[in-house]
Write a protein that binds this ligand. Structure first.
Ligand SMILES: [Zn+2]
Length: 426
């Protein structure tokens, strides 16, 4: 039996698939010859056992499709992206023009990408902040009655930074408010699903290190985390440089984003405090791959390589230690297109030394169980949303196979994913 789109649509009742390999997003061992039963709303059965007749259509005794060469895995969760931006725009002048677009224009452009993102296999996006309200608007759109075909989105709204410090393009300063508590309340009133904190500046690649002092000292970060937690919200922190990482760990943020220059002791503390790590290789790798665009010379390239090598070693160490690793590409950043940039990030994590299954977990079950999304997805389990990928290109050989043609099921809709590594407008 081959894969026919029609047979996958649950129009007359649940669909029963038998597949060669089933990756549920959490288990360390793939299920061989697995069974998956779903309808348009939820997964009814997933695992090695045959489904019970009670959940099948009346009289059904055989699967709707038997796919011995195919793998099924949860749809991918992009846990760090800036949906307002178009990362595939590489020209620096065009890039700054893009940043000058009106809110409505940015939102319109972001909206056109949503269905394409789904077809690439990205079924959920944790937006990482914008001051133009695009992430919040998309979050609202997803939760509306006339929701278009789009990935789940949640957003922190504008990231929070210090006046005159890094982050102005994606955030608003905390100085707008008299206290940290009122700042948190203000973001929540605007609709923030979680709080994005800009704890540090960025790496100075010419010097090969983070030269600026952390923006937010430990006390301030702690106050943000406590205020957010008291209001039932998670925090995620933009952070690079050893001192900044220490502050974020001490404050107990839910996840550290980027985390360049993290050391092994800090990784152990992150594991102990269950602080997740989103390493975001892609934007730095882009600078090394295309040094001409940013005018980098050999010495800067040597710095970039050194930083990436250390980051890769830390990722392997983190995995050995048991730090919760979550995949996010920083899509929207220079040279990191939405969707395709995320698949590239997964490949970079594999090249750093993770197994394909570890990378897949970082893009599915790990964020699903740590990031408190408003819906249940990312793990193939009974009751979860039916959002998954079917592919005949085995992702356990290499996650690069996820960039090949595939079928994406999203709440009963079937999308045929394009093969490739990029497309315009992302
Ligand atoms: Zn970011």
């Amino acid at each position: 039996m081959s894969l026919k789109g029609d047979s996958l649509i649950p129009q007359f009742g649940p669909v029963w698939l038998q597949v060669g390999t089933l990756l549920d997003g959490g288990s360390d061992v793939p299920v061989r010859d697995g069974h998956l039963v779903y309808d348009g709303v939820r997964i009814l059965h997933a695992g090695p056992a045959l489904p019970s007749a009670a959940i099948l259509r009346d009289g059904q005794t055989a699967p709707d499709a038997i796919l011995p060469q195919h793998t099924v895995l949860p749809g991918l969760i992009e846990s760090h992206a800036h949906l307002m931006l178009e990362g595939g725009v590489e020209d620096t002048a065009r890039r700054s023009d893009y940043l000058k677009l009106e809110e409505a224009d940015m939102l319109a452009r972001a909206t056109t990408r949503l269905q394409r993102l789904l077809a690439i296999g990205v079924i959920a996006v944790r937006d990482a902040g914008d001051k133009k309200g695009v992430g919040l608007a998309l979050q609202k759109k997803f939760r509306s009655d006339d929701r278009p075909l789009m990935p789940y989105v949640d957003s922190p709204g504008a990231a929070i930074h210090h006046e005159k410090r890094y982050g102005g393009f994606m955030g608003r300063p905390m100085e707008e408010y008299p206290t940290i508590q009122t700042c948190v309340d203000g973001r929540i009133a605007e609709g923030a699903h979680r709080l994005k904190l800009i704890a540090t500046g960025i790496i100075d690649f010419a010097k090969g290190t983070v030269t600026s002092k952390p923006q937010m000292p430990l006390g301030e970060l702690t106050e943000f985390v406590m205020a957010s937690r008291a209001r039932g919200k998670q925090t995620f922190a933009h952070c690079s440089g050893n001192d900044g990482v220490s502050n974020c760990i001490g404050a107990g943020v839910d996840s550290i984003e980027h985390g360049f220059f993290v050391d092994d002791d800090q990784l152990a503390r992150m594991r102990d405090a269950d602080i997740a790590w989103v390493p975001t290789f892609a934007p730095v790798q882009f600078q090394l791959d295309q040094p001409g665009i940013l005018g980098w010379d050999e010495s800067v390239c040597a710095n970039l390589q050194k930083i990436l090598d250390a980051h890769a070693a830390s990722l392997v160490k983190a995995t050995e230690l048991g730090v919760r690793i979550i995949a996010g590409s920083d899509a929207g950043s220079h040279g990191v297109p939405h969707g395709w940039g995320f698949l590239k990030e997964l490949s970079l994590m594999e090249q750093a030394g993770l197994s394909p299954l570890q990378v897949i977990h970082a893009a599915t079950g790990a964020p699903a169980t740590r990031l408190e999304f408003a819906e249940d997805f990312g793990i193939l389990r009974v009751g979860a949303k039916p959002r998954f990928i079917i592919t005949e290109h085995n992702p356990l050989e290499t996650v690069a196979n996820l960039a090949k043609a595939k079928t994406v099921i999203f709440d009963g809709t079937v999308l045929m994913g394009p093969a490739g590594s990029r497309e315009p407008g992302m």
